[in-house]
Ligand binder design. Sequence first.
Ligand SMILES: Nc1ncnc2c1ncn2[C@@H]1O[C@H](COP(=O)(O)OP(=O)(O)OP(=O)(O)O)[C@@H](O)[C@H]1O
Length: 297
Amino acid sequence: MYMESVIECKNLTHYYGKRLIYENLSFSVPQGRILGLLGKNGTGKTTTINILSGYLRPRSGECLVFGENVQTMNPARRRDIGLLIEGHVQYTFMNISQIEKFYSQFYPKWNKDAYYELMEKLKVAPGQRISRMSCGQRSQVALGLILAQNPELLVLDDFSLGLDPGYRRLFIEYLHEYAKAENKTVFLTSHIIQDMERLIDDCIILDYGKILIQQPVSTLLDNLRRFTFTVPEGYSWQIADDKFYHPSLIRNHIETYAFLKQEDVEQELREMQVPYTELKCENVNLEDAFIGLTGKY
Ligand SMILES: Nc1ncnc2c1ncn2[C@@H]1O[C@H](COP(=O)(O)OP(=O)(O)OP(=O)(O)O)[C@@H](O)[C@H]1O
């Protein structure tokens, strides 16, 4: 059985035309885990989601879902993948109950209650067409339909698009409870990293062309720290050391991130003969970690 990894991508390389997006990307997602794919604009998150949904064929490498190649997966098995592409709902001429009835025919494990529980929280009249709903309300309908589909794997691209903070929080709590209680596997992207921090077990941080890091969020936050220190006016820090991520100098203050303890940083600075004072070490949240590892721009 496939049970170890629900998703397994091996050596994915993708180009659009001649433009390389990434090379030899490999990762796996174990059953029951919630994994967030984080990356700046244009690093290839949607591309990865399209590959692992079977919509896009990578230039090379393969992607297995439930142990089967997604490109050749049979449609009955594909029903176990719940896919949300940027809050998109089709058939917007239908209302909430019409669309529920429509989709229920395609999915044998359909769970109408999961859908209506979420819909009850939407402030819309039962007969209102989806085309007349706000963008955030439509996203909620799309999310509700995916929960009702009751798939083993949920793939959510930019799931928070258009949702206000209240609905986002509601959805995150709802999804977290649901995924853990039902042992679902979730692969998602969002630019709202505070949401990710509340929801995900593991993260992949994608940089242009490659994966920077894949690890449990708790491991990342236990080990990555922000360091700030003061240097003499006019001092310029040339570091030839890849232990320090994105050092930035503003006036005479340096800020950098490293997977090191304070004493190790002190030793590194002494070895590099940096005339530092006022070294400060801080723990970070996921947003700081993301910015620290990928840089501010
Ligand atoms: N169909 C396409 N043809 C050509 N280039 C494309 C196509 N789709 C995406 N790209 C390019 O590939 C790169 C990765 O795009 P992708 O949409 O996967 O990024 P993303 O990480 O999801 O970005 P964002 O955070 O902005 O949603 C971008 O530079 C984009 O311009």
